[in-house]
Design a binder for this molecule. Sequence first.
Ligand code: AMP
Length: 214
Amino acid sequence: MNIILLGPPGAGKGTQARKLVDERNMVQLSTGDMLRAARTSGTEMGKKVAAVMDRGDLVTDEIVIGLIREQLESDQGGGGYIFDGFPRTLAQADALGRLLVDMGENLDCVIEMQVDDDALVARITARATCGDCGEVYNDLTKPIPADQKCTNCGSSNFQRRADDNEDSLRTRLLAYYKQTSPLIGYYYAKGDLKSVNGLASMDDVADSISEALA
Ligand code: AMP
């Protein structure tokens, strides 16, 4: 099964993708994580996208489609792919459709995670991640443990993203509404879209996603 998690920054796509990886042996393909990894390892591409990402704008279709193509060609399919933060433009959606057809694969479902903008600002500015295993924390709903050790892997390498601040978030939201939200209509028209309430608790959102995939 191949699915897309679609929603604005802070909707909980990464958190739900990680649950699906654990529970269904699926492979998470997050273009945001791939781009951050390219920056950390200091590749030419990583240097090129750094300022764009920090500002909150989208990097070029060519770069992200190339990253996804590489991953799909390395064929780690298992229980299928979760596309997290990709596609974000109509050109990316078309490219993904073609890549899947070339592999003889289908897109089974697009899950739209609905949240309101005020909740996003609160969530994002409170967000932290374990730099070693990717476990997501939030100062309001799931604070970093008092012993400063990740509940999942025991690491103390907690990180906050450079673009998780109000200025970048405003640009990221604008990019979402201008460039990404048209995908809701695109996938609705194709009959692939299911919407869930992304403001419910993490477990309730996971249950809604399971129902949508049943
Ligand atoms: P994310 O971790 O998904 O919130 O992505 C962080 C940043 O990486 C975004 O604000 C963009 O600058 C860039 N990015 C991630 N995925 C894409 C994509 N599919 N298309 C364009 N830019 C992307």
